[in-house]
Design a protein around this ligand. Structure first.
Ligand SMILES: *[C@@H]1O[C@H](CO)[C@@H](O)[C@H](O)[C@H]1NC(C)=O
Ligand SMILES: *[C@@H]1O[C@H](CO)[C@@H](O)[C@H](O)[C@H]1NC(C)=O
Ligand SMILES: *[C@@H]1O[C@H](CO)[C@@H](O)[C@H](O)[C@H]1NC(C)=O
Length: 408
């Protein structure tokens, strides 16, 4: 008998009371970090060896079914640095602003074949370990001007994944270790005619992991302030969406838990409230203005290609909450900021009563809650948006407490 099954049989025989003592420890998690090429000095101070996979973001799918790097970086240098840290280097294709060409590419056999050939050649050229498809979103517009085919995007994506798998596994192609195919996904399974798919098991046969983008849940687009990345949502408050709900939705549709990572944000989002939120300190859901406040020092006005508007995002990388005097410790606000812990959604929020600025964000406490939850659900590990946003590896280190007892 295999050691594993012997241990399980023994645990079952002895009953649940001793199960924890007898079962083998949970496998070490994978830790996937997005490498955002538009920031210089991307990995300064980042302990890359604590990531198992680094997703270089982004290459943009072109109208010619090719790949175009978003920024002027040296791919060879990036891949060498990632490999030197013993992590896998993956090219992430798409992203919020670069998903507009996917629908047309996957539509026909000929354009899919060209796309697959170009991806395989790109992996070969740079010695990459895999590809991460970050289509936001099949059958559902992300950025408002994206081409979307509500009936066919999702079935066409499955064709693409099967053809990609066949090409990457094919003899003589992309020599060396098996190449990974992963996807960054929304909290609801891929949509068909507006509805989340009820069965995604065929996708899971050809893809290695999905990374659940369990953030951007509430923001400027929401009626009230609310958590950017709730572990659980509060009924009737904010979006009815959360990391836990996302895990439930994908596993109910047949995606195996051990091929899912829980996405966590190393950033937060600011809004301006219309009143002093601390008058209702247990209410994270209050009215806000329609104008985004400036976020951190790197939050520069940018143009939305679809809307044609220019403005700041209100985003705060965790490192700047720490270094720009909003937080004075990992879970401690610097006056006049006040930190509140929301125990329903397991998220902290910050409020400045002088400016009525609200910031929803993640810290060591909220990320520990997500790590413990992901481990308890048998997930593969954690995904991070984005590795550049951390402060002295403070949040990254929390990911490595996977399987360790919670101190609460
Ligand atoms: C990059 O980061 C390192 C370490 O924080 C710092 O010493 C260096 O000045 C930075 N370089 C640039 C160009 O920002
Ligand atoms: C589509 O591809 C063209 C180049 O062929 C590129 O200019 C355009 O930005 C792409 N669109 C998106 C949304 O990525
Ligand atoms: C919040 O905004 C809504 C919609 O504008 C309004 O009906 C409500 O009275 C406001 N609540 C408070 C506490 O100001």
């Amino acid at each position: 008998m295999h050691a594993w099954s012997a241990a399980i049989a023994l645990a079952l025989a002895l009953g649940t009371a001793v199960r924890a003592a007898v079962l083998p420890a949970a496998p070490a998690p994978i830790v996937v970090g997005y490498y955002t090429t538009w920031y210089k000095n991307q990995t300064a101070g980042v302990d890359l060896s604590k990531y198992t996979h680094v997703n270089i973001a982004f290459a943009s799918p072109t109208t010619q079914s090719g790949l175009e790097l978003l920024d002027d970086i040296s791919m060879s240098d990036a891949v060498s640095e990632i490999h030197a840290a013993n992590a896998k280097a993956i090219i992430s294709v798409g992203g919020w602003t670069n998903s507009g060409n996917f629908s047309d590419i996957v539509k026909s056999d000929a354009t899919r074949a060209t796309f697959v050939k170009n991806i395989a050649a790109f992996l070969d050229q740079y010695g990459l370990d895999g590809v991460d498809i970050d289509w936001e979103y099949p059958g559902n517009p992300g950025d408002t001007c994206n081409v979307v085919d509500k009936a066919n995007d999702t079935p066409n994506l499955l064709k693409l994944l099967r053809e990609l798998r066949a090409a990457l596994d094919g003899a003589g192609k992309c020599g060396g270790a098996r190449k990974l195919i992963t996807m960054a996904v929304a909290l609801a399974p891929f949509r068909v005619n507006g509805e989340p798919s009820k069965d995604v098991s065929e996708f899971a046969r050809v893809a290695d992991y999905i990374h659940l983008m369990a953030y951007d849940v509430n923001g400027l687009w929401s009626e009230t302030t609310g958590p950017n990345a709730p572990l659980f949502f509060e009924d009737g408050k904010g979006a009815a969406s959360s990391l836990a709900a996302g895990i439930d939705a994908w596993t109910a549709a047949g995606w195996p838990a051990h091929k899912i990572t829980a996405g966590v944000p190393f950033y937060g989002r600011a809004l301006t409230a219309t009143a002093n939120m601390l008058l209702e300190p247990n209410n994270q859901y209050q009215n806000h203005t329609a104008v985004l406040p400036q976020g951190d020092v790197e939050d520069l006005p940018a143009t939305d290609v679809c809307a044609g508007t220019t403005g700041v995002s209100g985003q705060w990388m965790y490192k700047y909450l720490r270094s720009e005097g909003v937080l004075k410790g990992p879970t401690e606000a610097a006056a006049p900021w006040v930190r509140t812990w929301d125990d329903t959604t397991k998220t902290p929020w910050l409020f400045n009563p002088q400016t009525n600025t609200f910031i929803t964000y993640d810290d060591a406490q909220s990320i520990k809650a997500k790590v413990d939850y992901a481990a308890s659900k048998g997930l593969a590990g954690i995904m991070v948006w984005a590795l550049y946003n951390d402060y002295q590896n403070e949040l990254l280190d929390v990911l490595h407490t996977w399987g360790a007892p919670t101190s609460s």
